[in-house]
Design a protein around this ligand. Structure first.
Ligand code: HEC
Length: 140
């Protein structure tokens, strides 16, 4: 049940949306707390997130053609480019793009889609937290 806390966070964000408050009411650090709670509940031997592990994960392929960097580049504080369509992608790091990781539903949707493309499965809470730790560490 490791996603329970995260899911209830999403439900809460959804409910806030319905009551007219912005669903974009979280900070990247708050989103990270959801991943932390999920990893604590579900990942055996979990000892926290690692920006270095996130960087490695982000730049590596995982059995398919693409890595995260294929579209978001090895410098995700800068603009990206979709590997298939060639369309511009705004910087993924919240350090460079304050809108990133402020909408849990959006982050969840794109983690699902992109992890599925890159890994052929959903990312774990550990992987998501490591990637977010990496993205938050850029420019520091
Ligand atoms: C085939 C191209 C492609 C690949 C590969 C890819 N992404 Fe993305 N990603 C996108 C696009 C397109 C968007 C949505 C457009 C946007 O928000 O700028 C996006 C958005 C996101 C978002 C939404 C962030 C937010 O809150 O706005 C996250 C998280 C994300 N990607 C993570 C990843 C991770 C992690 C990987 C590797 C497992 C990955 N992406 C690989 C194309 C890609």
């Amino acid at each position: 049940m490791r996603t329970t806390r995260f899911v209830s966070g999403l439900l809460l964000a959804g409910a806030l949306g319905l009551t007219g408050l912005s669903a974009s009411a979280v900070t990247p650090a708050e989103l990270q707390q959801n991943f932390d709670a999920a990893a604590r509940a579900g990942v055996p031997g979990y000892t926290g997130f690692s920006a270095q592990r996130g960087r490695q994960f982000f730049n590596s392929t995982h059995g398919n053609d693409w890595s995260c960097a294929s579209c978001h580049t090895q410098d995700p504080a800068g603009p990206g480019r979709h590997a298939k369509t060639g369309r511009d992608i705004a910087p993924l790091s919240p350090v460079a793009n304050p809108q990133r990781f402020t909408d849990p539903a959006k982050a969840d949707k794109w983690f699902s889609r992109n992890c599925n493309d890159v890994l052929g499965r959903p990312c774990t809470a550990q992987e998501k937290g490591d990637v977010l730790a990496y993205l938050m560490s850029l420019g520091k």
